[in-house]
Design a protein around this ligand. Structure first.
Ligand code: URA
Length: 282
């Protein structure tokens, strides 16, 4: 599973699962406490008291605690984490290393939105909102990501221009970026692609290896007060702004998509001209 793939809906279409697991995912209690609830005879599936080891299909069965139905659709959660160095951006690690998922609550299960290198610090979103994850990580939506890099040496204005206009990397030239040097050796770089180690490679390519890299903004989301390792929920307003940033149609990516979009726009213009309208509908 990649960080771009949030793993699908955590509950639906998974078939019968252990009751304590479903209770924990629904946010009722930790698995251990859920086991106690089951042992105490307080949990029913389709009207029948369950025992440890029983399963429930969240899609089709009624789960009750103390006679009250449990809502099984997981609430969507959106966390903003300040990732420290040395923590990896995957949902699980086969080598037992600490992952970003270890830094936020276990339930409901969430996934990182995109990836930061192990040594990169800063803002990372984690969520169980698959649609939002898809849009935030798809290059066609072009969400800006801003980084502050401490680099070796002072970057010349010519090299800042190269960073802005596009740098030749081994996987192709980079898209136009924003680049500035707030103080000698500190580079603020804003990109909207998500290639592997892109900022480090761009700065390497212009002769300024990165010494420290921090992501300071994801689209409209920033937070200077979140301590390394700390997390918080996105506010309703932040979520609205994030959703607005990825609303609308994605920009065409391939040449064929661009041709199709241009043809469609041409037809729309022709239609509007016939109807006596300006192309933008003004
Ligand atoms: N660019 C990098 O080089 N590393 C990151 O973690 C993110 C962007």
């Amino acid at each position: 599973m990649t960080p771009e793939d949030p793993g699908g809906e955590p509950h639906q279409d998974e078939g019968p699962q252990r009751v304590q697991k479903v209770l924990a995912r629904a946010g009722v209690a930790s698995r251990r406490v859920a086991e106690n609830l089951i042992e105490a005879g307080r949990v029913k599936v389709d009207g029948k008291v369950v025992v440890l080891g029983n399963r429930v299909d969240p899609a089709t069965q009624l789960l009750e605690l103390d006679g009250a139905p449990i809502a099984l659709a997981p609430g969507l959660v959106h966390y903003l984490l300040n990732k420290p160095t040395g923590v990896i951006s995957t949902a699980s690690d086969t080598h037992g290393r600490r992952t970003v998922v270890d830094l936020v609550p276990d339930e409901p299960r969430v996934f990182p939105v995109g990836r930061l290198d192990g040594e990169t610090e800063g803002l990372l979103l984690l969520t169980n909102n698959g649609e939002l994850t898809h849009r935030l990580t798809h290059p066609s939506y072009g969400v800006e990501k801003e980084y502050l890099a401490e680099v070796a040496g002072t970057v010349s204005s010519g090299n800042l221009r190269r960073l802005r206009e596009g740098v030749e990397l081994d996987d192709g030239i980079t898209s136009p970026a924003k680049a500035s040097q707030p103080s000698p050796g500190m580079v603020r770089l804003t990109i909207h692609e998500g290639r592997n180690r892109q900022v480090r490679r761009m700065l390497d390519a212009v002769g300024h290896p990165v010494r420290r890299l921090v992501r300071t903004r994801i689209g409209p989301i920033s937070d200077r007060n979140l301590a390394p390792g700390g997390w918080r929920h996105l506010s309703d307003d932040e979520l609205r702004r994030l959703e607005r940033a990825v609303s609308g149609n994605p920009a065409p990516q391939t040449r064929a998509e661009r041709r199709a979009a241009a043809a469609e726009a041409g037809q729309a213009e022709a239609g509007q001209a016939e109807a006596g309208q300006a192309p933008d509908g003004q």
